[in-house]
Design a binder for this molecule. Structure first.
Ligand code: PHE
Length: 345
């Protein structure tokens, strides 16, 4: 019986050794590093091929075939072992009782529109159906647009009615939505009708009825021969639509430099039908919004000739209206972001 050549003995040994190592790999990482050591570019089995020159010429073919067979066998053993390890891993995860894939999640909190947005959307819809543009004007305004253009010069005592957040660049956070009046006149000339809802800002101490940031809806209609009669009738129609019932209104004189004449508009108390109750402080009327006919100086600032064009304007306190509609006792709740409050709507 002829003796096996040394290389044959070595390769046979390698087969057994790799087979054992592979079968004993306990993790996918360990198997991967075995694979690199056995079959990688610098690995042991490809390394064997480099020894061909030292093999006797008549054995070289057999040697090459033996190394190839070794390589195939090692690769197959690694694949087999990998399948086993992957299956085991999946089985472990499935048996892990700390994770139950069938368990449902804790119920998600569902969001909804903020009451301010709800009422604002209602108002926008009503005005839109009556041919009003719904406009969005900047919260940062120039001193000119917030005051001068609205007939409130620097010396005017009305400046003190509205304490202002000034910005470093001389601009300010608008103290009311009225600067939109002049902007809208420049944008649409005349005639037109528009509302512009938005946030306004006042630098003042907060309490249950004062907030530094609150919401208004400005309304403006520009046309020929507009009178207080139009204002009154328009307000009655609009408020009936907003409050969804016939409302009785009255005007009292009110002073705002950008309207002439200016009014405070009251509505008949809905709670007591005018008899007097705690909601209306026994007056039978509730103060709802300031309004008036657009001052000629404001029309001029908007590039309109007051001989030809007139208009009415109002400034609805949206925050106030939301409080009335839902019986919210403190204005600070509206912008406070407290979910215990908001989730009630
Ligand atoms: N801009 C005024 C304010 O915020 C309200 C107002 C608007 C008054 C339009 C009259 C006409 O106090």
């Amino acid at each position: 019986m002829s003796e096996l050549p040394d290389w044959q003995i070595e390769i046979d040994g390698a087969i057994g050794r790799w087979q054992t190592d592979i079968d004993e790999a306990l993790t996918l990482e360990a198997l991967r590093s075995l694979e690199v050591r056995a079959l990688g570019k610098q690995g042991e089995i490809p390394g064997l091929m480099k020894r061909i020159p030292q093999i006797p010429p008549q054995d070289r073919k057999a040697f090459g075939q033996a190394v190839n067979a070794l390589q195939t066998q090692a690769a197959a053993a690694i694949e087999t072992r990998r399948d086993v390890l992957v299956e085991a891993l999946i089985a472990t995860e499935l048996n892990d009782t700390s994770f139950d894939p069938t368990q449902s999640l804790a119920p998600l909190r569902r969001g909804h529109t903020h009451p301010l947005s709800t009422v604002q959307a209602d108002i926008e819809e009503i005005f839109h159906s009556m041919g009003f543009h719904v406009l969005d004007y900047p919260e940062i305004e120039s001193e000119f647009d917030n005051f001068e253009a609205l007939n409130i010069p620097g010396w005017h005592p009305a400046r003190e009615m509205q304490d202002t957040f000034w910005l470093d660049n001389g601009h300010l956070l608008r103290t009311h939505t009225s600067p939109g009046q002049v902007r809208a006149m420049h944008e649409f000339q005349a005639p037109f009708r528009a509302i512009f809802p938005g946030k306004v800002f006042r630098y003042e101490a907060t309490d249950a009825s004062h907030e530094h940031t609150f919401h208004q809806v400005e309304g403006l209609m520009i046309d020929r021969k507009v009178t207080v009669g139009h204002l009154l009738d328009s307000m009655r129609t609009l408020l009936s639509a907003i409050l969804q019932r016939e409302v009785e209104i009255r005007l009292r004189p009110g002073y705002f430099p950008f309207v002439e004449p200016g009014f405070e508009l009251d509505i008949r108390c809905q709670v007591c039908a005018g008899k007097g109750c705690s909601a209306c402080k026994r007056r039978g009327w509730l103060e709802l919004l300031p309004c008036g006919l657009v001052h000629p100086n404001v029309l001029r600032a908007g590039g309109l000739d007051p001989e030809e064009w007139q208009g009415w304007a109002f400034g609805l306190g949206l925050s106030r209206l939301v409080m009335m509609r839902y019986g919210v006792p403190d204005v600070r709740l509206l912008m406070g972001g407290d979910l215990r409050f908001l989730s009630q709507f």
